[in-house]
Design a protein around this ligand. Structure first.
Ligand SMILES: [Zn+2]
Length: 314
């Protein structure tokens, strides 16, 4: 990007993004790149989000940004209408009317180094990172440590139960938090992670010989079968919480190139309530009150303010 004081254009921001996340690194089924916006339009301010949903579009409008950079494609499958009477058509109309460009970096940002799972691994404190599933040789993404997920070492070994609490503390707060599967006392030295829905890499985590694997959206049968066949212990965080850390890296990169960048802390996971059954020693004393997000937003922690209702963070 130019080092002059000139205001960057959509094309300039796209060029910077594609220097770090070339679209050719994306999976074949994926749809990445510029979705909306005139390449010549000026970009004074950008908002980084995991999901383009009505709530994050409202944030973009309130913050008067010129461009949204999203992780998940708004339009992954073919559409025959973007009428404003449809869910996505309404979003598209709002963005075009407000002159807000939209750009998607998805699986090309997953495999990049640093990529989505590097940010997750770093948040958890992992060191000595390598890919969980290296990019297939011969594909555009192959080489230089690129690939899906990351494997790393915990600076201090901890039990699975301690690791689950650690993950719930350092990852962005959500109503659901983190759950784990396996022996709570199992000692974890090495951990595989994958931002987003990573159950297609369960076998890779087993083959890598790690002690535990943290990802999102794990399902009953694959998780159960994996554990029953001596796979690593599992930790299941929410989809948004495992991908949100990457937005900070994305923002740092854009700011370094002279683009004013905001990061959305709006938890776009659909889950808003977590209720635990009464603990055994409390049985008979009535149900545990459900933990709800304040006003539907993320539960605050000391280092993670619930900015969902407070607007995007600079
Ligand atoms: Zn995802």
């Amino acid at each position: 990007m130019s080092t002059t004081a000139a205001v960057p254009t959509v094309a300039d921001v796209v060029a910077e993004l594609e220097r770090h996340y070339p679209p050719t690194w994306a999976e074949e089924w994926d749809r990445v790149g510029l979705v909306l916006g005139e390449p010549c339009a000026a970009v004074h301010r950008v908002l980084c989000v995991v999901d383009v949903v009505p709530e994050t579009v409202a944030e973009a409008l309130a913050a008067d940004v010129d461009m949204i950079i999203a992780h998940h494609p708004l339009l992954l499958r073919g559409v025959s209408s973007v009428a404003p009477t449809t869910y996505k058509g309404r979003i598209i109309h709002q963005l075009i009317k407000a002159d807000i460009a939209l750009y998607v970096a998805h699986t090309n940002a997953d495999v990049a180094v640093p990529g989505v799972s590097d940010a997750l691994a770093t948040r958890l404190g992992l060191v000595d990172l390598r890919p969980l599933k290296p990019a297939t040789p011969g594909t555009p993404a192959a080489g230089e440590g690129r690939g899906a997920g990351r494997i790393g070492r915990l600076p201090q070994p901890m039990s699975l139960a301690e690791l689950a609490r650690h993950a719930a503390t350092v990852l962005p707060a959500t109503a659901v938090g983190v759950r784990a599967a396996g022996d709570p006392n199992r000692t974890v030295y090495t951990l595989a992670v994958c931002g987003g829905a990573g159950d297609s890499f369960l076998a890779d985590a087993t083959a890598a010989g790690v002690d535990a694997y943290l990802t999102a959206d794990l399902r009953h049968h694959p998780a159960g079968e994996h554990l029953a066949t001596n796979g690593p212990a599992l930790l299941d965080a929410t989809h948004w919480a495992t991908e949100r850390p990457w937005l900070d890296d994305l923002a740092t990169m854009l700011r370094a190139s002279g683009v004013e960048t905001l990061v959305s802390d709006l938890d776009t996971d659909p889950w808003t309530v977590h209720a635990a059954a009464p603990a055994a020693d409390q049985a008979g004393h009535g149900p545990t009150p459900p933990q709800t997000k304040p006003d539907g937003g993320p539960t605050p922690t000391a280092d993670e303010p619930p900015s969902g209702r407070q607007g995007a963070r600079p």
